[in-house]
Design a protein around this ligand. Structure first.
Ligand code: PAF
Length: 282
């Protein structure tokens, strides 16, 4: 496995692979890999010959006071895990390679789908994501890119962007991977102290409860929202950022559930903001 730092070498690597007829899969990450990321690699290998993983903590998607500086990084460990998982090349550019000094002026904005949920709490976040993802698509030119359902809004926004801008690749969204007790895997879980780690299980429990209500016939989004809110508020270490029930397709609010519906949560445990979600089909 090759660890590539420069854009020109990354392009060269991809050209070599394409010349020998290989299908390229891209797994974009910010590193500090866990089993969730490795499941994205497995997903990419199902339809591609060569998987490139990008590891880049993208400053553009972090707001003022967020954890850009503290975001966990360990390229040595990540390289070992990625190689074992079957990644052919890691693209790990420096910030100066992606955003050279002297001015950066070009951004990609996706409207509507970025207005609510994390877009409301983290202004500018999705502009940072869609800009860097577009750059990664342009550099790696993958046939397929795989994203996790854990970042449900990100997956919808990127699918929208690919459709709207006619980008020539297929987006695959892979299921959420959880710890045995239900906590969704996230690189940010390392920030949690043992009490917060325990408290964070309320996310999984409340999503399960909401899904059970839907299975039992509940169709009122407000009832679901309030049920989740009540359960999370019983957990003293939890502070709710949002609880939203929206159409899975375009993330617009749905008062009465119809079709595929996304129940999405963002909750702080101490300084750590965790997100989780569930798709229900009615
Ligand atoms: O999901 C992430 O880790 C990031 O948002 C992504 C897609 C790698 C863009 O920086």
């Amino acid at each position: 496995m090759e660890v590539i730092r420069g854009i020109s070498r990354m392009r060269e690597f991809v050209q070599e692979q394409k010349l020998s007829g290989k299908r390229i899969g891209l797994v974009p990450t910010m590193g500090y890999l866990h089993a969730g990321h490795l499941s994205l690699v497995r997903e990419a290998l199902k339809s591609c010959d060569v998987v490139v993983m990008s590891i880049f903590v993208n400053p553009l998607q972090f707001g003022v006071g967020e954890d850009f500086e503290d975001y966990p990084r360990d390229l040595t460990r990540d390289s070992e895990l990625a190689e074992q998982a079957g990644v052919a090349a890691i693209f790990a550019p420096a910030v100066s390679e992606m955003y050279p000094s002297g001015g950066y002026y070009s951004y990609v904005d996706v409207e509507k789908t970025t207005e609510g949920l994390c877009g409301r709490s983290r202004p500018g976040h999705f502009r940072g994501v869609t800009t860097v993802v577009t750059k990664l698509f342009n550099i790696v030119q993958p046939d397929v890119a795989v994203f996790g359902q854990k970042d449900a809004q990100q997956a919808v926004v990127i699918q929208r962007m690919v459709r709207d801008l006619n980008l020539p690749l297929q987006i695959v969204v892979a299921p959420i991977i959880r710890e045995a007790d239900g906590l969704a895997l996230s690189s940010r879980n390392v920030y949690l102290n043992p009490a917060e780690r325990e408290a964070a299980l309320v996310l999984y429990r409340s999503l399960n409860q909401a899904e059970q209500l839907v299975t039992a016939g509940e169709r009122n989004a407000k009832v679901l929202q309030e049920t989740i809110e009540k359960q999370i508020k019983e957990e003293p270490l939890a502070r709710i950022d949002y609880i939203e029930v929206v159409r899975a397709e375009d993330l617009q609010p749905s008062e009465v559930l119809q079709g595929r519906t996304l129940i999405a949560l963002a909750v702080f445990f101490g300084q750590t903001r965790l997100i989780d979600n569930r798709i229900v089909e009615v």
